[in-house]
Ligand binder design. Structure first.
Ligand SMILES: NC(=O)c1ccc[n+]([C@@H]2O[C@H](COP(=O)([O-])OP(=O)(O)OC[C@H]3O[C@@H](n4cnc5c(N)ncnc54)[C@H](O)[C@@H]3O)[C@@H](O)[C@H]2O)c1
Length: 269
């Protein structure tokens, strides 16, 4: 039987990109889905594709613990349980540290890291009471290796990987599963929205880009197998391997990335 048939999932950041694709694929695999997003209109459109018996749309700002708690409560009220919590909502800012304001830093920290803390905290309590459940945190390949020009993003994604791997060990004997997802580049609006200019964004995106549908399929196949870390495509795993095995060589790539980014930004000014 499918790991998802007859189950209940909350997906944050589900109005767009990977979250939307996860919601559609979860529903296709027999799951009922709470489609949660800051963008309620977008969330409603996703529910429109799924049908009201299989999904509900809820407005939620993941940086606010009370919003996330309400979404979890709503899932239980509407569908009776909470089997999967996908903490997926995220934002990116492409800028080096010298150009980031504290406001920029806090926005990325609040959504990408505190958002996952809020989602994990709310879901874990419910799952402990149930004695079962699976928390899936969407980090990034940049949760496994550094990336110049993405310093705030990388900070949060390393945090999400650390949180998830630690919780996986703590939760294991309590019946709760935890998985962290580390995708490479996926074709979603975040790639454009995060760049302070398309030029500087392009300097970072030299690797192949996969579709959000493919990312969702790989993610759910890995979740069904209870994988600790789902890192894809292959270049993400290779980069992580190189980073740990040859840090001095990896640093040369990072330095080149930082210089390319600065050069392309200067050109676009
Ligand atoms: N696209 C990629 O290349 C890529 C690669 C690795 C990891 N990721 C991660 O995947 C996740 C999803 O990103 P995506 O690529 O689908 O981007 P996206 O921009 O398509 O979707 C992000 C969604 O999050 C929502 N959102 C933003 N702030 C929110 C908040 N405060 N509360 C609730 N919802 C909020 C947006 O409205 C949007 O619907 C993010 O965590 C991102 O870091 C993306």
């Amino acid at each position: 039987m499918s790991a998802f048939k007859g189950r209940v999932a909350v997906v944050t950041g589900a109005a767009s990109g990977i979250g939307k694709a996860l919601s559609l694929e979860l529903a296709a695999r027999g799951c009922r889905v709470v489609v949660a997003d800051l963008n309620l209109k977008g969330a409603r459109e996703v529910v429109g594709e799924l049908g009201a018996e299989r999904a509900i749309a809820v407005r939620c700002d993941v940086s606010k613990a009370s919003n996330v708690q309400s979404v979890v409560n709503r899932a239980r009220r509407q569908f009776g349980s909470l089997d999967f919590m996908f903490n997926n909502a995220g934002v990116a800012i492409v800028a080096e540290a010298r150009d980031l304001s504290l406001r920029d830093w806090n926005r990325v920290l609040d959504i990408n890291l505190k958002g996952v803390v809020n989602g994990t905290h709310a879901a874990y309590k419910v799952m402990l009471a149930q004695g079962s459940g699976h928390i899936v945190n969407v980090a990034s390949g940049f949760g496994l290796v550094p990336g110049p020009g993405l310093i705030a993003y990388v900070t949060t994604k390393f945090g999400v990987v650390g949180l998830s791997e630690t919780l996986r060990a703590e939760a294991h004997d309590l019946g709760i599963k935890v998985t962290v997802v580390c995708p490479g580049f996926v074709n979603t609006p975040i790639l454009a929205s995060g760049a302070d200019s398309m030029e500087s964004g392009r300097a970072l995106i030299q690797a192949p880009i996969i579709t959000s549908e493919r990312a969702a399929t790989i993610t759910l196949d890995g979740v069904a197998r209870d994988r600790a870390i789902i890192a894809f495509p292959l270049y993400v795993r290779l980069a992580a391997w190189l980073y740990h095995r040859c840090p001095w060589l990896f640093f040369r790539f990072l330095l080149k990335g930082a210089r390319d980014l600065r050069r392309s930004k200067q050109k676009s000014l």
